[in-house]
Design a protein around this ligand. Structure first.
Ligand code: PYC
Length: 332
């Protein structure tokens, strides 16, 4: 009988949970975080399942595991774990992880106020501000983001025919903008958006291929971004991002915000330096900005930044015991 113990610091970023594994993680081979991610998914997925699903987690649970960096220039590596799997990149989890790592002394930055993080999707540069020990804001300069496909037709059983764009901001997002058959997220129940998201994701993945041009391990449309009217007139846009089987991000979604900025940039609706204030389903906000105009394998792309905040909610020593029939969790 084996019993494994994980020391976790729980936090939330703009309302969405981040469970940071601060002790108990295994040694994982791999030269890069992308290689470690592949190894983790094939050999250690029980850790993700046990820590993310019920009864230790819940449908929205998401988190991270910290590793030593492979390049000594960098501060640390991050693996993202979620109910949906191991994402190549996760913005809200990065903001939460940085907050926890600094406040709890899990990482000592080489340069105070700055971190260089290795993620499976690439290097992410971070700046953060503190008030005493409290990290009050975290700004992440994300990986290159781009509009992958425009004007894709897809039908939704309840809504009818829709036209969506697919954009990459660390994960591939289908973005549903207001149109004839879709009035905006505030007109529907979250449970309806969840049901429709599953259908759209299945149909879009069956009909199209979404593969990162420089890293084929990043593939598949994983997230649906439903847009809507802003609550605060000072915000630029609002969204509700669906992921996994039943999750709607409570934060504005960092990679989703990056994907939306890349879409707007490609369509001439956002310029370098413009502020993009993005609201979540609960009204929490991230501040986005295009830091750089660039290209990725010949595709017009941007380097976006996202700024937000996180709060520690608790310290959690979690046991996963082989004798427990629900050691790998469950979903209902
Ligand atoms: O913030 O990038 C994000 C994210 C992805 C899924 C949930 N949150």
């Amino acid at each position: 009988m084996a019993r494994k113990t994980f020391f976790c610091v729980d936090a939330h970023t703009g309302g969405n949970p981040v469970r940071v594994v601060a002790g108990g993680e295994p040694f994982i081979e791999g030269r890069t975080m992308s290689e470690k991610r592949q190894r983790f998914m094939s050999e250690y997925d029980w850790i993700r399942r046990g820590l993310m699903f019920e009864p230790r987690g819940h449908d929205m649970m998401s988190g991270s595991i910290l590793f030593a960096p492979s390049d000594p220039e960098n501060d640390c590596g991050i693996l993202f774990i979620e109910t949906s799997g191991c994402l190549p990149m996760c913005g809200h989890a990065t903001i939460g992880t940085v907050t926890v790592a600094i406040e709890e002394g899990l990482v000592t930055p080489k340069v105070p106020g700055r971190l260089r993080l290795e993620t499976p999707a690439g290097l992410v540069k971070v700046t953060y501000k503190q008030d005493g020990n409290k990290v009050v804001s975290v700004k992440i300069v994300n990986i290159k983001s781009y509009l992958a496909k425009e004007n894709i037709k897809v039908s939704c059983t309840d809504l009818g025919d829709l036209t969506v764009d697919v954009s990459y901001g660390g994960n591939f997002y289908a973005i549903v903008e207001i149109q004839h058959n879709y009035k905006g997220l505030e007109h529907y129940q979250a449970s309806e958006l969840i049901t429709w998201s599953r259908e759209l994701r299945n149909k879009l993945n069956a009909a199209h291929s979404f593969v990162h041009p420089e890293d084929a391990t990043i593939n598949g449309l994983s997230h649906i971004q439903w847009t809507g009217a802003v609550i605060d007139e000072n915000s630029t846009a609002r969204n509700a991002v669906f992921y996994g089987d039943k999750a709607i991000d409570r934060s504005p979604c960092g990679t989703g915000t990056s994907a939306r900025m890349a879409q707007w940039y490609a369509k001439g609706r956002l310029d370098k330096g413009d502020e993009f204030i993005h609201e979540s389903i609960i009204g929490s906000k991230f501040i986005g900005r295009i830091e750089e105009e660039t290209e990725l394998a010949g595709i017009k792309s941007i380097v976006p930044s996202i700024e937000g905040w996180a709060m520690v909610t608790g310290y959690n020593t979690i046991v996963i015991d082989d004798a427990d029939p629900y050691s790998l969790g469950f979903q209902v």
